[in-house]
Design a protein around this ligand. Structure first.
Ligand SMILES: [Zn+2]
Length: 123
Protein backbone atom coordinates (compact mmCIF):
# COMPACT_ATOMS: atom_id res chain seq x y z
CA UNK A 1 0.00 0.00 0.00
CA UNK A 2 1.32 3.40 -0.91
CA UNK A 3 1.57 5.72 2.06
CA UNK A 4 0.76 8.76 -0.07
CA UNK A 5 -2.42 7.58 -1.73
CA UNK A 6 -5.63 9.06 -0.37
CA UNK A 7 -7.66 6.25 -1.95
CA UNK A 8 -5.62 3.54 -0.26
CA UNK A 9 -5.87 5.35 3.08
CA UNK A 10 -9.63 5.50 2.73
CA UNK A 11 -9.79 1.85 1.62
CA UNK A 12 -7.72 0.81 4.65
CA UNK A 13 -10.05 2.84 6.85
CA UNK A 14 -13.22 1.36 5.44
CA UNK A 15 -11.80 -2.17 5.83
CA UNK A 16 -10.37 -1.31 9.31
CA UNK A 17 -6.86 -2.31 8.22
CA UNK A 18 -3.41 -1.03 9.05
CA UNK A 19 -2.83 2.40 7.47
CA UNK A 20 0.76 1.45 6.56
CA UNK A 21 0.47 -1.99 4.91
CA UNK A 22 -3.30 -2.26 4.42
CA UNK A 23 -3.21 -5.91 5.56
CA UNK A 24 -3.03 -6.17 9.35
CA UNK A 25 -6.12 -5.55 11.40
CA UNK A 26 -6.43 -2.25 13.24
CA UNK A 27 -8.81 -3.35 16.00
CA UNK A 28 -8.31 -6.02 18.66
CA UNK A 29 -11.97 -6.27 19.59
CA UNK A 30 -14.86 -3.95 18.93
CA UNK A 31 -13.43 -0.44 18.83
CA UNK A 32 -10.25 -1.17 20.82
CA UNK A 33 -7.05 -0.57 18.87
CA UNK A 34 -4.20 -3.08 18.77
CA UNK A 35 -0.84 -1.81 19.99
CA UNK A 36 0.77 -2.53 16.62
CA UNK A 37 0.06 -4.09 13.25
CA UNK A 38 0.12 -7.89 13.33
CA UNK A 39 1.56 -7.97 9.80
CA UNK A 40 4.11 -5.15 9.44
CA UNK A 41 4.64 -4.16 13.09
CA UNK A 42 3.70 -0.49 12.65
CA UNK A 43 3.00 1.00 16.08
CA UNK A 44 -0.45 2.50 16.51
CA UNK A 45 0.78 4.77 19.32
CA UNK A 46 0.29 7.77 17.01
CA UNK A 47 -3.41 7.01 16.59
CA UNK A 48 -5.77 9.41 18.31
CA UNK A 49 -9.04 9.93 16.49
CA UNK A 50 -10.46 11.90 19.44
CA UNK A 51 -14.13 12.77 19.24
CA UNK A 52 -14.18 12.91 15.45
CA UNK A 53 -15.77 9.49 14.81
CA UNK A 54 -18.50 10.11 17.40
CA UNK A 55 -19.39 13.50 15.93
CA UNK A 56 -19.61 12.17 12.39
CA UNK A 57 -21.56 9.11 13.55
CA UNK A 58 -24.08 11.26 15.43
CA UNK A 59 -24.65 13.48 12.41
CA UNK A 60 -24.87 10.64 9.88
CA UNK A 61 -26.96 8.31 12.06
CA UNK A 62 -29.28 11.12 13.14
CA UNK A 63 -30.03 11.82 9.50
CA UNK A 64 -30.46 8.14 8.57
CA UNK A 65 -32.47 6.99 11.58
CA UNK A 66 -34.75 10.01 11.77
CA UNK A 67 -35.28 9.93 8.01
CA UNK A 68 -35.94 6.20 8.15
CA UNK A 69 -38.36 6.54 11.05
CA UNK A 70 -40.29 9.28 9.27
CA UNK A 71 -40.35 7.29 6.04
CA UNK A 72 -41.61 4.15 7.80
CA UNK A 73 -44.19 6.13 9.75
CA UNK A 74 -45.67 7.98 6.79
CA UNK A 75 -45.44 5.15 4.26
CA UNK A 76 -46.48 2.19 6.43
CA UNK A 77 -48.06 3.79 9.50
CA UNK A 78 -47.07 0.88 11.77
CA UNK A 79 -47.89 0.58 15.49
CA UNK A 80 -45.43 2.28 17.86
CA UNK A 81 -43.88 -1.02 18.99
CA UNK A 82 -42.58 -1.57 15.44
CA UNK A 83 -40.59 1.66 15.68
CA UNK A 84 -39.30 0.73 19.14
CA UNK A 85 -38.12 -2.71 18.02
CA UNK A 86 -36.86 -1.68 14.58
CA UNK A 87 -34.91 1.44 15.55
CA UNK A 88 -34.00 0.12 18.98
CA UNK A 89 -32.13 -2.77 17.33
CA UNK A 90 -30.95 -1.09 14.14
CA UNK A 91 -29.53 2.10 15.68
CA UNK A 92 -26.92 0.51 18.01
CA UNK A 93 -25.86 -1.91 15.28
CA UNK A 94 -25.44 0.88 12.73
CA UNK A 95 -23.66 3.03 15.33
CA UNK A 96 -21.11 0.30 16.03
CA UNK A 97 -20.43 -0.37 12.34
CA UNK A 98 -20.24 3.32 11.50
CA UNK A 99 -17.96 4.13 14.47
CA UNK A 100 -15.62 1.33 13.46
CA UNK A 101 -15.40 2.59 9.88
CA UNK A 102 -15.08 6.24 10.85
CA UNK A 103 -12.45 5.61 13.54
CA UNK A 104 -10.34 3.50 11.18
CA UNK A 105 -10.71 6.04 8.38
CA UNK A 106 -9.72 8.99 10.57
CA UNK A 107 -6.71 7.04 11.87
CA UNK A 108 -5.70 6.17 8.30
CA UNK A 109 -5.98 9.83 7.30
CA UNK A 110 -4.04 10.85 10.43
CA UNK A 111 -1.31 8.41 9.42
CA UNK A 112 -1.30 9.59 5.81
CA UNK A 113 -0.99 13.28 6.75
CA UNK A 114 1.30 12.63 9.74
CA UNK A 115 -1.14 14.63 11.84
CA UNK A 116 -0.38 15.14 15.51
CA UNK A 117 -0.23 17.70 18.23
CA UNK A 118 1.87 20.78 17.51
CA UNK A 119 5.33 20.83 19.07
CA UNK A 120 7.89 23.58 19.54
CA UNK A 121 11.30 22.76 18.18
CA UNK A 122 13.39 24.68 20.73
CA UNK A 123 17.13 24.14 20.84
ZN1 LIG B 1 0.61 -3.06 8.86
Amino acid sequence: MSETSLGSALAAGIRARCPHCGQGSLFRAGLTLRERCDRCGTSYAFADAGDGPAVFAILILGFLVLGGALLVEFRLNPPVWVHVVLWGLLTPLLAFLLLRILKATLIALQYKHKAGEGRLDVE
